[in-house]
Design a protein around this ligand. Structure first.
Ligand code: FAD
Length: 321
């Protein structure tokens, strides 16, 4: 069995759940294993049937009000009891803050290998091959995994293209509740941060750096992001200056993102920033310095003052869209 852990947000499965199902389905074709999904939920009445388009055969559903918010110990206990019972061969997580927490925690329990932030995973001639960016994304490391199961992987969000795989009628199995292990508990989720579009899932990101000159000017980026139905990111310089929340920071010490479109405004393109966004499909840079490093990695570069260009872009895009 290949087991995937599906994360939820506000009653819906996150996009990463479909990415993991697609990847698991591709692997299952080679491994001749079934794909099962595990979902931990605090609410009643949610619909997970959409997973039927993604080759999932079974859904193990855990429902408990106390599990509405992520808890390493509670989720870890549930998943380890499922692993003990079903003995999956591969266990896939998204490389989100939850997956990054859970995958190594569980791997340590089973003394199993855990590969994190993987951008590709495949079976070739019976070998399990993974690709992992290292040295701040400058190099991709090719890995062959020879250890025995269970094997734990966290997969970088958006590294896998979602396509409909195979229609199945997944059996939804509601699992019995045991006392949740809530030694670690989320006590509060700050609204405001929660309301933002998750950067790691956004299709479009408009990011601002020190060139924005002050927090009030991010309104320009918010307007452009609104037209493009995207999210607003920031460089560390902007975050350190207190202009944006740390949750918006893209880069080595922030989030790794791979949207379809990344628009960098007033960002110089330091390596620590690039490592977080270099896998974006299309990169647009707006910078008044023609020598800025960001122009070396962008697909479209606009040399000029962002305070002139961004409003123009927003107006034109409003007309087109
Ligand atoms: P700057 O480098 O100051 O660039 C500002 C740019 O704005 C310039 O290119 C300028 O030409 C342009 N500009 C100014 N005015 C305008 C205008 N009106 N119109 C158009 N362009 C204009 N950085 C990150 O971003 N993310 C990280 O996660 C991160 N992690 C780090 C970890 C470590 C260990 C270290 C040492 C550094 C890290 N950094 C990170 C910091 C990184 O090295 C850079 O300092 C930072 O990315 C610079 O941010 P910036 O591009 O916004 O600012």
């Amino acid at each position: 069995m290949i087991l995937i852990f599906c994360e939820k947000k506000e009653g819906r499965l996150k996009k990463s759940a479909y990415e993991l199902s697609c990847l698991a389905y591709q692997l299952s074709q080679e491994l001749k294993e079934e794909v099962a999904a595990s979902i931990i939920s605090g609410e009643e009445g949610e619909d997970f049937s959409h997973l039927k388009n993604f080759g999932v055969s079974e859904i193990y559903l855990y429902r408990d009000e106390e599990l509405a918010n992520y808890s390493l110990t509670a989720y870890g206990k549930i998943l380890s009891s499922l692993i003990d019972e079903k003995r999956p061969f591969l266990i896939l997580f998204s490389h989100s803050s939850q997956g990054w927490d859970l995958a190594p925690y569980l791997a340590a329990r089973y003394l199993s290998p855990c590969l994190t932030d993987i951008v590709s995973l495949e079976i070739k001639e019976g070998k399990i091959l993974a690709k992992k960016p290292i040295f701040a994304g400058k190099v991709n490391q090719d890995l062959e995994i020879t250890n025995k199961s269970p094997l734990f992987f966290s997969i970088r969000p958006k590294a896998i293209t979602v396509t409909e795989c195979a229609r199945t009628e997944p059996k939804i199995i509601t699992m019995p509740n045991s006392e949740p292990d809530l030694r670690i508990k989320v006590r509060e989720i700050l609204t405001g941060v929660r309301d933002l579009i998750d950067l790691t899932e956004a299709e479009v990101i408009v990011s601002g750096g020190r060139g924005m000159k002050g927090p009030e000017n991010f309104a320009l980026l918010e307007e452009l992001a609104k037209v493009l139905k995207g999210a607003v990111g920031a460089s560390r310089a902007a975050v350190d200056a207190g202009w944006r929340d740390h949750s918006a920071q893209v880069g080595q010490t922030g989030k790794t993102v791979s949207p379809t479109l990344y628009i960098a405004c007033g960002i110089s393109g330091a390596i620590q920033h690039l490592v977080g966004m270099i896998n974006s499909k299309v990169i647009v840079a707006i910078n008044k310095d023609p020598e800025a490093n960001i122009f070396k990695v962008c697909d479209y570069g606009i040399v000029g003052d962002l305070f002139t260009i961004v409003p123009l872009l927003t107006e034109e895009l409003k007309k087109v869209l």
